[in-house]
Design a protein around this ligand. Sequence first.
Ligand code: KIV
Ligand code: NA
Length: 265
Amino acid sequence: RKPITLHRLREMHAAGEKIAMLTCYDATFAQLLDAAGVDVLLVGDSLGMVLQGQASTVPVSLDDMAYHVACVARGNRSAWVVGDLPYGSYHASHEQALASAVRLMQAGAHMVKLEGGGWTAPLVRFLSERGIPVCAHLGLTPQSVHALGGWRVQGRDDAAASLMRQHARELADAGAQMLVVELVPSALGRDLAAELPIPVIGIGAGAGCGGQVLVLHDMLGFTRGKLPRFVRNFMEDSAGAEAAVRRYVGDVKAGRFPDDTLHGY
Ligand code: KIV
Ligand code: NA
């Protein structure tokens, strides 16, 4: 396939074609996911938990992220690559955020992702105006897990939901080209996707989003212990990892995954 560009992602969004995204941290999986038709590879700071065995994403450094973005970029051929700006790497100043984003872009990212709403809108504008595509991230923002009081569904009451919708509109107005929404009620995910001019990619945000993302190791059934209800193990009925990823892509594109009654809030 031809390389996925921002233009292509906008076309998919306009046509109502669901965007299939998975996390990816290394070259081998980048090659596999790209070949299996995943549109967007997210080099997520979830690598803190998945690869490093940390309890949260808080300990992940910019060096860690640049290393894994470079690994993924080498294995990838045609997918769109998003790199997470890690904890503390964009909070001090616009200049700090720009330097951090430049690190990830030079390591091979096509877009950077940052968490939070409100204070982040001027920052998104600053980066976007300087030619750096930005993906925003609202809902459960794991870098703030201690401030949020744990891994809880966000935007449950009307006030929290309308604040999130306001933040989302501000981020899109500021130039964000994509929005990840994590752990929110399905109705809020649907509203956000309907009212924003940019693709909304959900994780635990219901079937109404314009695309989906999961942590790779979760959907391959490699993660031990109790998983959140929004995860599905695609290895269960698949012959191997590539078949599982193909099934994920097919199910997302066809609207078969997620299912609001099984995976939603
Ligand atoms: O780091 C990550 O994997 C993420 C996704 C869960 C959206 O940010
Ligand atoms: Na992340």
